[in-house]
Write a protein that binds this ligand. Structure first.
Ligand code: UD1
Length: 355
């Protein structure tokens, strides 16, 4: 069996790592295509190096642009790649512009498409990712769902016959990296002279929080006003938007810092007092590490983290402050994100569904 995986943005490299390992172990020919959506070394290369993925077989070098320009450039480049490789499956990941471009290109070439992390919904049609998810799910031939809630969303949309519950591959990689990190102290502790439990880790990058100056000012004020240092691992999009809005990212309790490599992020989150984020992945990582999370969004796809008490939604500065100071939740018995073996199930499902 031959699989072409298409990835382009940071969270997709994390999901690719366990898939690549499982594919190689099962004797699958696995071709990795990097669209180039993320190109800064700290958003891209370090993940390939640290997570043992090697280097991409094909790099499209598409880079940044408006949604249409970026997605269109990927579409134009992917046709030739898929046509050359003619794989049994094109595997697409998550909800970025790289995801929808690859799904659309492959389906039009009559190459079977599998969507990893299918069925997630925010029901917020202002989010670019929501359109990417819905379009990709409806284009794909097999929908690899991470959770029971995702399975139910797909069923509601008439897609049950193409759905397989596999669990969440981010659990696979997180457990492995957590065990490797062990008791290693976070690099942030020395660098910024912090105590374990004496700081928060924050990431903010979504268009809904960064693009409107008043909205970003509110979020930054909320973080700057917290009672412990807040280490803001600043995505380039946030840095660019803050500069153009004239908003300082280091002020009050807030300390802007470059993004971290994956093992360093896990170590930093593990010894923090809590995580404040608008990232989907980090909400789940915090939950799986037993670290309280405050999510700066009006809704989340990862509803289980909220239902189990480990995540709260917070939008105003006051809500963010209330979120980070809430009592530590009771340990959760439930394991809504699988057992750490989702990637093996993905490869098995692709063998089983092969035409
Ligand atoms: C993308 C995904 C988002 C995902 C996120 C993970 C879409 C629509 N969005 O958002 O779902 O959560 O990745 O990080 O696909 N930039 C750089 N260097 C880079 C990449 C981006 O400087 O390596 C800057 C550029 O100014 C660029 C901006 O960040 O215009 C936005 O990048 P883009 O890839 O469009 O979206 P993300 O915000 O990264």
């Amino acid at each position: 069996m031959k699989i072409v995986s298409v990835v382009g943005a940071r969270p997709q490299f994390v999901k690719l790592a366990p898939i690549h390992k499982a594919a190689v172990a099962a004797g699958v020919e696995h071709v990795i295509v990097h669209t180039g959506q993320h190109y800064d070394p700290m958003l891209s290369d370090v993940f390939f190096e640290d997570l043992g993925i090697g280097t991409p077989d094909v790099h499209l070098g598409v880079g940044s642009g408006s949604h249409g320009v970026q997605t269109g450039a990927m579409l134009a480049a992917l046709d030739a790649v898929f046509d050359e490789h003619r794989p049994d499956w094109v595997l697409v990941y998550g909800d970025t512009n790289s995801t929808v471009a690859a799904a659309l290109s492959a389906v039009k070439l009559h190459i079977p498409v599998a969507h990893l992390e299918a069925g997630l919904r925010s029901f917020n049609r202002a989010m670019p990712e929501e359109h990417n998810r819905v379009m990709t799910d409806h284009a794909a031939d097999v929908l690899l769902a991470p959770t029971q809630v995702a399975v139910e969303h797909l069923s509601t949309e008439g897609l049950a016959a193409r759905t397989v519950l596999v669990g969440d591959v981010m659990t696979d990689v997180l457990f492995e990296v957590r065990d490797q990190v062990g008791d290693t102290r976070s690099v942030l502790l020395e660098e910024l002279n912090l105590e374990p439990g004496g700081y928060y880790v924050a990431t903010i990058h979504r268009a809904e929080n960064t693009d409107d100056p008043a909205r970003l000012a509110e979020v930054v004020a909320g973080l700057a006003g917290l009672a412990k240092p807040v280490i803001l691992l600043a995505h380039p999009r946030l840095v660019a938007k803050a500069a153009s809005h004239g908003i300082a990212l280091t002020q009050g309790a807030l300390i802007a810092h470059a993004p971290l490599a994956y093992p360093e992020l896990i170590a930093a989150a593990l010894s923090s007092a809590g995580v404040v984020t608008d990232s989907g992945g980090l909400q789940k990582e915090a939950f799986l590490l037993g670290v309280p999370c405050t999510t700066v969004r009006t809704e989340t796809e990862w509803v289980e983290t909220v239902e189990l008490g480990w995540n709260v939604l917070a939008n105003t500065a006051a809500e963010i402050a209330a979120g980070v100071t809430r009592p530590i939740p009771a340990p959760a018995d439930a394991a809504p994100y699988g057992d750490g073996h989702a990637a093996d199930r993905v490869v098995q499902a692709l063998f089983a569904w092969q035409r």
